[in-house]
Design a protein around this ligand. Structure first.
Ligand SMILES: [Zn+2]
Length: 225
């Protein structure tokens, strides 16, 4: 298949991370910024394509060096397939996944970067998929005389943010109603979205759930008198 890049929803990215066939052992996730282009120069898919073309035509690589790229608004791009060794961190490519933010975090502030958290959710999903702990998250600069992913990025803070998502994903929560009643409806964070079982939640709110056989794509709530 020709090298390319695909923009996907975060849910699709999570599914890809969970399901992609990856035969090489993965022991780390390495975080980058592109430096150039910086976030202010981001133009969506065409920016990601330009990065790949630079990696292929100028650097002579077979594909984009990164596996996953994140755009400033939180856009997610699947680049080099996870099953293939990347080209993003000399001496550490064989067993790692490379995730890159389109940004120059030497000068651009990560606090104003909406996609930062999306990237952290992606990293948390990679840790889950490959059974890794938070210490498997690394910055490129640990391995090379560079500032990557930028002087304004703190490894400790980044790991702490990933750890929060890592820990909270999948745990069953109790939904608290305004009157203080707690409802056990198997609420849990999945891929950054809180999902819950409808029936116990609806009933606690004073509705009953009515399934109509003929209307397969609808479920009705009816207020209980
Ligand atoms: Zn880097």
């Amino acid at each position: 298949m020709m090298p390319s890049e695909t923009q996907v929803s975060i849910d699709d990215a999570m599914r890809y991370i969970d399901e992609a066939l990856v035969l090489r052992p993965i022991d780390s996730v390495i975080i980058h910024h592109t430096w150039r282009p910086k976030a202010a120069e981001y133009r969506g898919l065409s920016t990601i394509r330009a990065v790949r073309q630079y990696h292929m035509n100028v650097r002579g690589w077979s594909d984009n060096g990164y596996h996953i790229m994140i755009g400033p608004p939180g856009d997610v791009f699947l680049c080099r397939p996870l099953r293939r060794v990347g080209a993003h961190c000399k001496g550490h490519n064989a067993h790692s996944v490379g995730v890159a933010y389109v940004a120059d975090f030497d000068t651009e502030d990560p606090a104003g970067y909406a996609g930062l958290e999306v990237g952290q959710r992606i990293v948390a999903a990679l840790l889950r998929r490959f059974g890794l702990g938070i210490e498997a998250v690394h910055f490129h600069r640990e391995y090379a005389p560079k500032s990557c992913p930028g002087r304004k990025m703190s490894l400790d803070a980044y790991r702490a943010a990933v750890a929060r998502m890592h820990e909270h994903e999948g745990y069953i929560k109790v939904v608290m109603l305004p009157d203080g009643e707690g409802v056990d409806c198997r609420a849990r964070l999945e891929h950054g979205v809180t999902r819950a079982d409808l029936r116990p939640l609806a009933e606690a709110l004073g509705y009953e759930v009515v399934e109509q056989i003929k209307k397969q794509n609808k479920v009705y709530l009816r207020r209980v008198r």
